[in-house]
Ligand binder design. Structure first.
Ligand code: PHE
Length: 461
């Protein structure tokens, strides 16, 4: 059998995984979720979900992925089949394979259909910041005009997709790994420069407004607000953990499948979580909200919603000294973050063609290109963004948790908990303490079951 592509360097692997996880979720979704769910109230269930859900599922997905890769598979269908066979008959195992494969395929492609559009917006806004196109204009109108301008939308989305196709077409070690090695360091540098700018803004508009107040809003635990809306806030926080860590999508499994069978997963999985959380709560948390607090005041900042990044912040850049540069930097940061995540879903779909159907990678890449273009077209055509929001609600939260639930059922329970524990520790640089095992086996799946039931009930009430 032909040797599968593998990560060439440890650094490349870690940057690719960090790039996969660090995305628009960190800089666009996190701030507005935080603001719509009471700031300091949101952070409490957020950290609880990180510990009891995020870390366990991350380890399961790395372990499952490396196991599949050992047998030459990078997609969820065959992985689940192989693992389930440890305790059930091949025919039953096949059912789990089909469920996993279909879920991961649907999530990866539907997620891409709207996520790539939002990356396209960032490309456009990088350009509009540099030229100052929205300066002096009503930024809400400007945004709505932009999304209704089909030519512009398709142009910026199209460039993004072509670049994605090129990167993925070159393969894992020669393409993806090289691209992320350039983009990820730049992303961190931009984010740190912007954070310094954000936190030194002072009170440019009113003495009682400042970016530091924005930080206080995030970091003062608010138990009263949490109690009032306990279920809603907890669900949102757990959903964000899934989204930001790229869990329940199939893409962590896929990246992990390009490891060698004895490469560490325990420490690397934890490193992915840490790099992502640093980029989310420290960097992402110190940008959109604090900047909006300083220029627009607490009320407007909190009300910003989905449009915070694209409608509220341009308002700020047009009044900020050096606004064209800082604006461009912010949108390019979003573009890099989105791009290095999008590569992962793109690669997942190409891997399906390449490995499950034996289609050449180069050909597969452009087949996926056409497929994703067609799937994204209705999103591009709907300038009311209703379809996009609907997709984000369903795919971006419900389906992720559903797939995460199957991760535990198949990767831990059917594969057998002892096998899982042994596999997790193969070649591991750290020992996961024994007391964490019940968290993975019982608490994580129970937590997810509650979320799924809660979400479903929410929908019907
Ligand atoms: N973790 C990614 C993010 O935060 C999620 C994602 C990955 C979404 C790939 C789409 C495609 O943005």
């Amino acid at each position: 059998m032909e040797q599968r592509d593998r990560w060439a360097t440890k650094l490349g692997l870690i940057l690719a995984m960090a790039g996969n996880a660090i995305g628009l979720g960190n800089f666009w979704r996190f701030p507005y979720q935080l603001a719509s769910n009471g700031g300091g109230a949101f952070m409490i269930p957020y950290f609880i979900a990180l510990f009891f859900l995020g870390i366990p599922v991350m380890w399961i997905e790395w372990t499952t992925g490396r196991y599949g890769g050992k047998y030459g598979h990078g997609t969820l269908g065959p992985m689940f089949y192989l693992m389930a066979r440890e305790s059930v008959k091949p025919k039953t195992a096949l059912i789990f394979g089909v469920i996993g494969g279909m879920l991961a395929f649907s999530v990866s492609s539907l997620l891409s259909s709207y996520y790539y559009q939002v990356i396209g917006w960032s490309a456009a806004y990088t350009y509009y910041s540099l030229t100052g196109a929205y300066f002096g204009q009503d930024t809400v109108k400007f945004f709505l005009n932009y999304v209704a301008n089909l030519k512009a939308v398709i142009f910026f989305w199209g460039i993004t997709m072509v670049l994605l196709g090129i990167a993925v077409g070159q393969g894992v070690s020669k393409g993806i790994e090289r691209w992320v090695k350039v983009m990820m360091p730049l992303l961190y540098v931009f984010a740190i420069l912007l954070v310094i700018r954000a936190l030194t803004l002072g009170s440019p508009v009113k003495p009682e407004w400042s970016s530091i107040k924005g930080l206080e809003y995030i970091w003062t635990p608010n138990f009263t607000a949490l109690k009032q809306n306990f279920f809603k806030i907890s669900l949102a926080a757990a959903g964000q953990i899934f989204f930001t860590l790229s869990l329940g999508m199939g893409i962590i499994h896929n990246y992990a499948s390009y490891l060698g069978p004895e490469d560490d997963v325990a420490l690397s999985g934890l490193a992915t979580v840490s790099l992502n959380e640093f980029a989310e709560v420290i960097l992402g948390g110190s940008l959109a909200i604090p900047i909006a607090f300083a220029y627009l005041g607490p009320e407007q900042a909190i009300k910003g919603g989905v449009g915070l990044a694209y409608m509220a912040l341009p308002n700020v850049f047009m009044h900020m000294p050096g606004g064209r540069i800082f604006g461009a930097m912010w949108f390019l940061l979003l573009w890099f973050a989105g791009f290095t995540s999008a590569i992962a879903t793109y690669n997942y779909l190409v891997a399906m063609l390449e490995e499950d159907l034996k289609i050449d990678r180069k050909v597969g890449t452009w087949v996926v290109f056409v497929f994703l273009f067609l799937l994204g077209l209705p999103v591009a055509l709907d300038s009311s963004l209703v379809y996009l929001s609907e997709l984000d609600m369903w795919v971006g939260s419900y389906f992720l948790v559903l797939l995460g639930f199957f991760d535990v059922i198949v990767g831990v329970w059917l594969f057998k908990p002892d096998n899982f524990w042994e596999e997790l520790h193969k070649g591991a640089f750290i020992n996961v303490p024994e007391w964490f095992k019940p968290i993975i086996m019982y608490i994580a799946p129970l937590f997810m079951a509650v979320l799924l039931i809660g979400n479903t009930k929410d929908y019907y009430s």
